[in-house]
Design a protein around this ligand. Structure first.
Ligand SMILES: [Zn+2]
Ligand SMILES: [Zn+2]
Length: 240
């Protein structure tokens, strides 16, 4: 209740409590208390390439799908497995415009990325996955761009929101099966040719599920001279 009142004071108001259990334990920049943070669905023991969780007994560092055929992107790094309470925070961020949750999630992603990269191995640019203008109009913000701003600030990287364009409104991926997802995003994007791109870029999305969207974008970027495409996401989940 207290949190609701405080939250109503402003979208970007940061309460001095854990965002999950509302305990007032010292939480620093994290906005999670240590107990809740330990219980988050951290993405551990996952495929080196696509970041999907591997069975705990698996010795391979790649999942069966990547062993058979590598995806169009070179590497995916995520912070969490898509499960509550992260799924709920993402949903509130996107559909209830809780932009402060976006910042909290972006901070966690940046912290995870910091464990995977050194300053000289970071991509040269972050490209948020674009929304079609009709969805941008109805939502009022692009969740991937909001996350990218936080990650970029934390890692000292540039972010470009106008290089990639979603030129076709696609159905929501979450309601589609895997093959339909690939079909749904084919030729849905364009690149603004006036920009020159670095050799290595990071695509950033809130959730990566089938990977069809980021794979389509990776192909487009590579057709335009990019050598290496990394995918960064707050949450990773298996295809449905
Ligand atoms: Zn807590
Ligand atoms: Zn994989």
């Amino acid at each position: 209740m207290v949190y609701k009142v405080l939250n109503a004071l402003g979208r970007n108001f940061f309460p001095p409590y854990c965002v999950l259990c509302l305990s007032g334990e010292a939480i620093g920049e994290d906005y999670f208390c240590s107990g809740c943070k330990a219980d988050l669905p951290w993405l551990q023991h996952c495929c080196d390439v696509c970041s999907l969780p591997l069975p705990s007994a698996a010795k391979d560092k790649r999942c069966g799908r990547c062993l058979q055929r590598l995806p169009a992107f070179d590497r995916c790094v995520g912070a969490f497995y898509y499960a509550d309470p992260i799924a709920k925070l993402i949903s509130d961020f996107k559909y209830r415009a809780k932009l402060n949750y976006g910042r909290i999630l972006g901070m966690q992603l940046a912290a995870q990325l910091g464990t995977h990269y050194q300053a000289h191995t970071l991509p040269g640019l972050i490209l948020p996955v674009p929304l079609h203008r009709s969805r941008l109009r109805s939502r009022g913000f692009n969740q991937s761009l909001e996350l990218a701003k936080t990650v970029a600030a934390q890692l000292g990287m540039p972010v470009a929101s106008d290089y990639l364009v979603r030129c076709r409104a696609t159905s929501s991926q979450k309601d589609l099966h895997f093959n339909d997802r690939q079909r749904n995003v084919r030729a849905a994007f364009a690149i603004r040719a006036k920009h020159s791109l670095p050799d290595k870029v990071a695509l950033l999305d809130d959730v990566v599920t089938s990977g069809a969207t980021v794979a389509e974008l990776a192909r487009l970027l590579k057709d335009n001279g990019v050598q290496e495409v990394h995918v960064w996401c707050v949450a990773r989940t298996e295809r449905s």
